[in-house]
Ligand binder design. Structure first.
Ligand code: DGY
Length: 307
């Protein structure tokens, strides 16, 4: 059972697997029959939903983050959970850099201006942004994606500090990055990128107290998960120019209500959860989703198992 599965993924599943449309309504027949869920997008899968699917063997997640799946509930019920780690690190890091450059150099607002009647002549005083090259980057979450961000940032001659649950001395040697406490990182960085998973510890990690520590020229980039940032605090920080700008690929809720005040701000760049949305990465994510699913149906070990 899966929702909005693209033809390529359905083709990869092959003709031996019947694909049922996602249906978690009270009268769902699909839940009764499903042996596997593919979570394509982020439908919430919790214990009560699993209990309504008596034949369920696996929740195969198209993506690495599994915060929308109750993994403890799956473990308790002997249901496997698979994900797609690794294949999306490069594309998500690319997107982090894309958002950093876009926010720093007014790419989005510049695009709007260049299309408008107000653009009548080249004016060197227009839309002067912040230099990325040589600036200080703070990476919150130096996991697989965070490291790829660091590799790319080195090409911009950035000074790189990071914060993680644990200090990683091997990464420090390999990538030339320096460990900081979160308050130190926020105070020192020109750009702060969030590349951590969403966990109880990272929920609301960046709120009013943290914005108060950032430079007034600081720019926040979130390609992790929306709830890592307190959106009321972000709104206040952007409106008052406590920080210069932000770029969000993820929000809470997602999408934001169309009349959300954040959407009115010109110092916010926002994209619709495109972190891993590149052709090669999407293909590999689909392959891994299908490989996990097939393994579970064959009672074989999952190649990429969360639970
Ligand atoms: C991920 O892999 O976690 C992406 O956010 C897509 O779900």
């Amino acid at each position: 059972m899966g929702d909005g599965l693209p033809p390529m993924l359905v083709e990869m599943l092959g003709s031996g697997i019947e694909v049922l449309a996602w249906d978690d309504s009270p009268q769902s027949e699909a839940l009764n029959r499903a042996v596997a869920f593919i979570t394509y997008g982020h439908p919430r899968v919790d214990g009560p939903l699993m209990d309504r699917a008596p034949h369920l063997k696996i929740v195969s997640n198209h993506g690495v983050g599994v915060d929308h799946i109750d993994c403890d509930a799956a473990r308790d019920r002997g249901i496997a959970v698979g994900n797609t780690p690794g294949c999306l690190d490069a594309s998500t890091a690319d997107m982090t850099l894309a958002l950093m450059l876009a926010a720093a150099r007014n790419v989005v607002i510049g695009d709007k201006f260049a299309r408008s009647a107000q653009f009548t002549h080249y004016d060197p005083s227009t839309l002067i942004g912040f230099e990325v090259t040589g600036s200080t980057l703070g990476i919150v979450g130096l996991g697989r994606i965070g490291r790829e961000v660091a590799r790319r940032a080195r090409a911009f001659d950035m000074r790189i500090v990071y914060h993680n649950r644990r200090r990683d001395e091997a990464a420090e040697r390999e990538l030339g990055v320096t460990y900081r406490s979160l308050p130190e990182l926020l105070a020192e960085s020109d750009f702060v990128t969030l590349n951590c998973p969403l966990t109880p510890e990272t929920t609301n990690l960046i709120g009013a107290k943290e914005f108060a520590l950032m430079k007034p020229t600081g720019i926040l980039i979130n390609v992790a998960r929306g709830p890592v940032v307190n959106h009321d605090a972000l709104l206040a920080a952007l409106k008052s120019r406590r920080i210069a700008a932000a770029a969000l690929d993820v929000t809470a809720p997602e999408p934001l209500p169309r009349d959300h005040p954040l959407l009115e701000l010109d110092n916010l760049v926002i994209t619709p959860h495109l972190g891993s949305a590149s052709n090669r990465t999407r293909r590999r994510m689909m392959e891994m989703t299908v490989e996990n699913l097939r393994a579970a149906l064959n009672d074989a070990p999952l190649p990429w198992r969360v639970v």
